[in-house]
Design a protein around this ligand. Structure first.
Ligand code: CU
Length: 158
């Protein structure tokens, strides 16, 4: 790898870590579900189970989310505030197969996601299949927000 290529790779990884963007991958980050693309392709997306979450008053409402393993799922995140928020949930993201991230007038295809932004006043949708059972924590990726209570738990059950 040339120095220039290394510099580009480093700057891309810094961008991917930024709270203010969506980072969707077409190569599996370490530990992520390896066959996510096959899971997405084998899933019927006509009527996904919907979970609606509103961000307001420095809280995700509700804060506890329950999903069912192997089900097509549509997580709708409504940002009812005037500031930007994001979903930071590394272990949860590692265990799901992402069909798409929708919102802000665009659709990003998965099958792996590392970060999700929810800009002020916008709604983002995460279309995915929980591929492993688990109990997870998540928090807002904006600096200082988790300590104000903007965090919660996720359960993936049968
Ligand atoms: Cu926040």
């Amino acid at each position: 790898m040339t120095l220039r290529a290394l510099a580009v790779a480093l700057s891309l990884s810094v961008l991917a870590a930024c709270a203010g963007s969506d980072a969707v991958s077409n190569r599996p980050p370490p530990g992520f579900v390896a066959n996510a693309a096959e899971i997405v392709a084998a899933t019927d997306w006509a009527a996904p189970e919907e979970v609606l979450v509103t961000i307001d008053g420095h809280a995700f409402q509700p804060a506890e989310w329950t999903f069912r393993r192997d089900r097509a799922t549509r997580l709708v995140l409504v940002n009812a505030t005037g500031s930007d928020h994001g979903l930071s949930a590394r272990q949860f993201f590692a265990d799901i197969a992402v069909e798409s991230v929708r919102g802000g007038g665009q659709t990003l295809k998965g099958p792996w996601i590392e970060s999700l932004s929810i800009p002020a006043g916008q709604t983002k949708e995460l279309w995915f299949v929980p591929a492993r059972f688990g109990a997870y924590t998540y928090e807002c990726s904006a600096i200082g927000h988790p300590s104000l209570g903007e965090r919660g738990v996720i359960d993936v059950v049968r």
